[in-house]
Design a protein around this ligand. Structure first.
Ligand code: FUL
Length: 474
């Protein structure tokens, strides 16, 4: 059997949906933002915690898992849903062992089948033979996450190809709000609600107009700490499904008229990069051999987390209700590779000179290993320079820069030069930094020093980390 991959981008262009299209241009879209405004917006504590967490696992699971499809039609018989060995603890421990801190489950995908016993439809687990019709995947998933102290995220597709009232806007908006209410009232803390923007035509031929305001206020009322992602004000879709952020990635953005209630200021709206470990979002038996390679995953990590974004990696449970062995093995390799890459920060505790910092914010703060301290130069006027000298020559091919984003995102451009035993050379000319910027370059076998120059910034830079690594090649 085959299926067609349809990406969110294809879909949006086919239906002309506007909600996400407004966030399509890259963050480096010219002229989107007046430079001096950028440092003004600040993250909320929840956005900050999410950004620090860096890795989120996506779990696409539902009737499509049993039909070899990516988009169900809504006419699937609920009896096909029977993941006899389902074990949410297995999902959660694979995620936790790989360093993922948030997990997002598709409680309902576009086919409308609900993974929890919803009072508002019988197109749900209650009508399936799984656990004798008494099962609740959302319940098992949220309990397993909470037991492991991981954060719960839920995807509830607004587009619903099963529900009859879809397209009859007020009635469906009420139905959707009722389902949100169930999910946000009965399963403890929910940290993220993921709204896909897909908005297909109803079977009655009518176009559904979503009442985003009502959905947002339902979330704010029931789970005030939950982040609202994608078609929402707290987390922004990066604009592709390859897992790559832009070279220039600002978390400070022009507000989106739908996602943000106020439109007269800049907003903190950081990017999330969603991508699947497999070709499809759902599990397909014939893709067990098509798991992304370790080097591909590492490249994704460097181009998402390493470009001021959170990585949302999809690892779909199979028709037995388990993550498949090849996916779990790859996750393990991914963790090992990250641990090996970041095993030793050769800059930690090294001598730092250059532009002196304000009291309490001296240059050495970038190598003290603390997330809550930062260098802020005391002179005014760029460029600002910091130099790190190593006590002995070390191999070096990867740098990690981090701004202290609790106070906003500031750096617009920077340069890194390194000193081998005989001369200085420029290895990086970069733009934004934000939460984390990872740069990779040709390995220098005997680096003795490194110099960072921030060339342009919105106000004085606040840099909390300058890390140096001699990383293996993957
Ligand atoms: C898209 C959906 O249409 C896909 O099926 C998947 O859920 C992806 C994450 O978002 O818009």
């Amino acid at each position: 059997m085959t299926y067609t991959h349809t990406t969110r981008r294809d879909f949006l262009s086919s239906v002309g949906a506007g909600i996400l299209a407004s966030s399509f241009p890259g963050s480096d879209a010219p002229g989107a933002i007046e430079p001096e405004d950028r440092a003004d917006a600040r993250p909320t504590p929840q956005q900050l915690a999410w950004q620090e967490a860096e890795l989120t696992m996506f779990l696409h699971f539902g009737v499509n898992t049993f039909t070899n499809r990516e988009w169900g039609e809504g006419s699937e018989n609920p009896r096909i849903f029977n993941p006899v060995d389902l074990d949410a603890h297995q999902w959660v421990s694979a995620a936790k062992n790989a360093g993922f801190n948030y997990l997002i489950l598709t409680a309902k995908h576009h086919d409308g089948f609900c993974l929890w016993p919803s009072k508002f439809t019988d197109h749900c687990v209650t009508s399936s033979p799984w656990r004798g019709g008494k099962g609740d995947v959302v319940g098992e998933f949220t309990r397993a996450c909470h037991d492991a102290k991981l954060k719960v995220g839920l995807y509830l597709s607004p587009w619903d190809r099963h529900e009859r009232c879809y397209g009859d806007s007020p009635a469906y908006n009420q139905y959707y709000a009722n389902q949100l209410t169930e999910l946000l009232s009965n399963y403890g803390d929910v940290a993220e609600v993921w709204f896909d923007g897909a908005n297909g035509e109803g079977s009655n031929g009518k176009k559904q107009v979503y009442d985003w305001r009502a959905f947002y206020s339902t979330i704010r009322r029931l789970q005030p700490k939950a982040l609202i992602a994608i078609s929402g004000p707290d987390i922004r879709w990066v604009g592709n499904e390859d897992g790559f952020a832009h070279e220039t990635e600002w978390s400070v953005r022009d507000p989106d008229p739908v996602s943000h209630a106020r439109i007269d200021r800049k907003v903190w709206w950081p990017a999330e990069c969603d991508v699947s470990i497999r070709p499809g979002w759902f599990w397909h038996k014939n893709e067990d051999e098509k798991i992304k390679s370790l080097s591909h995953l590492m490249d994704i990590y460097f181009k998402s987390v390493g470009r001021n974004s959170n990585l949302l990696l999809n690892v779909p449970p199979n028709d037995r209700g388990l993550l498949s062995d090849p996916d779990v093995a790859r996750l393990r390799e991914f963790r090992t590779a990250l641990d090996r890459t970041f095993m030793e920060d050769i800059a930690r505790g090294a001598a730092v000179s250059g532009d002196s910092g304000q009291p309490g914010h001296e240059g050495r703060r970038v190598v003290d290993g603390r997330p809550d301290t930062y260098w802020q130069p005391d002179k005014s006027g760029a460029p600002y320079t910091l130099q790190i000298d190593l006590t002995k020559p070390r191999p070096f091919n990867l740098s990690v820069l981090e701004e202290y984003i609790a106070d906003g995102q500031r750096v617009e451009s920077y340069r890194i030069e390194i000193k081998g035993t005989d001369r200085w050379e420029t290895v990086v000319e970069g733009t934004t930094i934000g939460h984390k910027k990872i740069d990779r370059f040709r390995r220098v076998a005997d680096c003795v020093g490194v110099r960072l120059t921030t060339l342009k910034s919105r106000g004085r830079p606040q840099l909390r980390r300058f890390g140096m690594f001699g990383a293996p090649d993957f």
